[in-house]
Ligand binder design. Structure first.
Ligand code: NAD
Length: 350
């Protein structure tokens, strides 16, 4: 049944997880384990139906394969989604039942925090299975600060490439979504002398950001159309589509949100407008790098160096895209697939 789904891409394993007692209704998707165990977060969201949940988990798990391989991590790609309202339906029994299913996979899938899950949830999962990451005692904990730092370095690289500016002072950036990543990103940008335009659905976050950074607030449904140097989507995915792309008034799209492109051709649509797009799974890898490096011997200096290397990968993508007259999304996918072929060849030889 999964094989006929439009988002199915030779995923190695797709498992449904039901538990009547706790109300668990989840899907775990392992896309590829050639480079190592599949690693990806556990998302809890009130999906409209199972098809929406399946679409999300298949796309997100493939995205994790690309993200991990482009970040040079010894992990494959996987993801889990739990169909529930995290505010109303998340219970310790639900989290524990999910962790049991992760444990049953014996380490093929390693999970962590994502939208709808917290560090406390991950700590609870850890009591049931060792196959979770993002435990504060073992390293950096919350991955969001490193995601924000990676996005910041990526914005610097994009501004250098597209606008020829050596630093961000005096540039303008729209930050959509002031959550765990977006707020920290806004802080880094503010410190670098950036003029900020911000939007969020939560008025408290807006007020906090306006007070802290002197930012200009814009309505959520119009923020993609504001005029600035950079648009940084840091809320939900799918924001770049046939309706929004023609309305963009920026030189660069570079933000943390996963699955920013509504369809693969939206990458080409952005490029055809002369706008530089930083592929999401490359620029937002700081969190997964942070998670992958946790454990005994964790070294913060090594983590920072690895996160800053995101800028180097982006420079390579921007350079190849310019040279080959391709969209950056196409080049990133090409590079990820090249690396995957190498990983698969190595995996079959060992
Ligand atoms: P979060 O839930 O903490 O924050 C999201 C914020 O976006 C919230 O403040 C929410 O109110 C706001 N928002 C939602 N819809 C909006 C809209 N239409 N307009 C404006 N604001 C809106 O999430 P996060 O952890 O900051 O992650 C943000 C994005 O980055 C997500 O797409 C996530 O998948 C991605 N991401 C996060 C990490 C990480 O380390 N947290 C890593 C990689 C990718």
């Amino acid at each position: 049944m999964f094989q006929t789904h439009r988002e199915f891409d030779a995923h190695e394993l797709v498992a449904t997880c039901f538990d009547a007692r706790s109300g668990l209704n989840a899907i775990i998707a392992v896309h590829d384990t050639s480079a190592g165990p599949a690693m990806g977060g556990c998302r809890i969201a009130p999906y409209q139906d199972m098809d929406a949940a399946l679409t999300d988990v298949l796309r997100l798990s493939r995205g994790m394969t690309y993200k991990n391989i482009m970040a040079g991590l010894p992990y494959g790609g996987g993801k889990a989604v739990i169909v529930a309202d995290p505010k109303a339906q998340k219970t310790p029994a639900l989290i524990t039942a999910f962790a049991r299913r992760v444990g049953q996979l014996g380490g093929t899938f390693v999970t962590g925090e994502d939208v709808g899950t917290t560090v406390e949830d991950i700590q609870l999962m850890r009591q049931v299975t060792p196959h979770v990451r993002g435990i504060p005692e073992n390293g950096p904990g919350d991955p969001s600060p490193m995601t924000a730092l990676g996005v910041f370095c990526g914005i610097e690289a994009a501004v250098r490439h597209r606008l020829g500016r050596g630093d961000l002072a005096g540039s303008s950036v729209i930050v959509q979504g002031l959550g765990a990543v977006g707020f920290r990103l806004a802080e880094l940008l503010h410190r670098a002398g950036v003029r900020l335009i911000i939007s969020d659905l939560d008025p408290q976050r807006l007020t906090a950001a306006r007070t802290a950074f002197g930012a200009t607030i814009i309505e959520p449904d119009r923020c993609h159309a504001a005029e600035a140097d950079v648009y940084a989507p840091c809320a939900m995915g799918g924001g770049m589509n046939a309706r929004t792309i023609p309305e963009l008034r920026v030189a660069i799209v570079a933000g943390a949100a996963n699955n920013q492109l509504s369809t693969p051709t939206d990458g080409e649509r952005i490029a055809s407008r002369g706008i530089l797009y930083a592929p999401d799974y490359v620029i937002n890898a700081g969190g997964v790098i942070s998670t992958a490096l946790e454990g005994p011997g964790f070294d913060r200096a090594i983590l920072l160096a690895r996160v800053k290397r995101i800028a180097t990968t982006l420079e390579e993508i921007f350079g190849r895209a310019a040279g080959q007259k391709l969209a950056t999304s196409q080049v990133a996918e090409e590079m990820a697939r090249e690396r995957l072929v190498i990983a698969r060849t190595r995996a079959t030889q060992t």
